[in-house]
Write a protein that binds this ligand. Structure first.
Ligand SMILES: *[C@@H]1O[C@H](CO)[C@@H](O)[C@H](O)[C@H]1NC(C)=O
Length: 142
């Protein structure tokens, strides 16, 4: 039983990594001024366009005259742009704009490569581990 699960699992992993080379990437997409919770509530799955080969997730804060505005977002992104903004969030176009308008900006983005990797929680990893746990136990008792 466990050998079957392990076999199926490795088959699925291999197939999805091969298929990823041919299908458009999928990323979570949301945008809000409110909070991460609100962003998650509004999340859709987006098929990324050609050249958008990463998923991005970010939070930007703009402050002027002690009034703050925030943006929480997730979407598809171009790899070069995303890794540039990941190193220095202030390079992101929205942040550059706000800076020019005299706001102080605080911008952070993270990038990742797998389908739907820009989620808030690491649910996939946990569910795989839960699936493997009984297998590990069975292996000990064999
Ligand atoms: C998100 O959705 C849940 C369930 O519908 C709701 O209870 C919660 O208030 C929502 N949160 C926000 C920030 O809109």
């Amino acid at each position: 039983m466990c050998k079957f699960i392990l076999f199926t699992l490795s088959f699925v992993v291999i197939c999805t990594s091969v298929a990823q080379g041919f299908t458009p990437k999928e990323c979570y997409e949301c945008f809000t001024h409110a909070s991460w919770e609100d962003c998650v509530n509004k999340t859709i799955v987006q098929d990324c366009g050609l050249g958008d080969d990463m998923c991005i997730k970010g939070k930007m804060t703009f402050t002027k005259n002690s009034r703050a505005d925030q943006i929480f977002f997730k979407t598809c992104a171009n790899e070069n742009e995303c890794t540039t903004y990941e190193k220095d969030g202030a390079q992101a176009p929205t942040c550059l704009d706000k800076k020019r308008q005299g706001y102080s900006v605080d911008c952070f983005v993270t990038c990742c490569e797998d389908d739907l990797c820009n989620s808030a929680v690491h649910g996939q990893v946990v569910s795989v581990l839960l699936l493997l746990l009984p297998c590990a136990q069975a292996a000990f008792h064999e």
